[in-house]
Design a protein around this ligand. Sequence first.
Ligand code: CO8
Length: 261
Amino acid sequence: MADYETITVEQRDAVTLITLNRPKALNALNSTILEELIDAFAAYEADRGQLCAVLTGSGDKAFAAGADIKEMSEKAAADFYLEDFFSPWTSEIVKKTRKPWIAAVNGFALGGGCELAMMADFIIASENAKFGQPEIKLGVAPGMGGSQRLTRAVGKSKAMEMCLTGRMMDAAEAERSNLVARVVPHDTLLDEALKTAAQIASMPPMAAIANKEMVNAAFETSLDQGLIIERRIFQILAASEDKAEGMAAFVEKREGKWKGR
Ligand code: CO8
């Protein structure tokens, strides 16, 4: 396992646990964290034995309190533009991770932290979680997908209010607003997220990737196109050995044994 400075990575059976580890800076997202996360997600994606991942924050207070303001304060507009500063979060982490991953949000998820959580396939939040896009207070705006993903998750009115006022949403409101899949007591967050990840990891691996791809298609295409994508992927899965095994196991009233093909 690679030795990282700003994250930790552990494998628990078929589940990879990635922890943002800059607790003194409330896990603020700097360039090193980005590079290390890209590496950790690529390693997870490449490891056939790893079938689901959980991303969380170290310490009790924050998942991530945003992009690192101290680092950004030294950058000029030209640097953001020429470095295409926020692009790799989507191009390297979201697009290249075909396998499922969950964000376990243990506290503040603000700015880039909220945006990173929303890049996950779904969010499980602790009762202490707080979500927000406070960039306006810094004279800027979301830069890692917040204006788009938050709006798709909670709708225009709430997303607009949050972006324009910078106010935070607590865990209960986030659940009511469909930003998170589930809220759990703070002390049980990691266990619950790992348990859910283990459940996903116990599913036929190709079917897991296929289900993720289908649901994501709903955000990228028209209904007609999305339905075609769904049907085609279903038809491909129907040719898999795990489909034959899954259906035989049901008929024979036993657990399926997956080959991942
Ligand atoms: N970046 C760098 N350091 C941070 C950040 C951050 N985003 N958040 C907290 N820290 C640091 C603090 O500076 C402090 O460090 P130190 O002890 O060395 O002073 C330490 O973490 C603890 O923080 P606080 O003392 O502030 O803790 P509090 O409990 O008082 O407050 C808050 C907690 C409310 C979370 C507060 O820290 C806060 O408001 N943080 C900033 C939240 C924020 O504004 N996030 C959005 C950042 S911008 C972004 O993510 C998207 C960028 C798009 C911009 C495009 C630019 C062109």
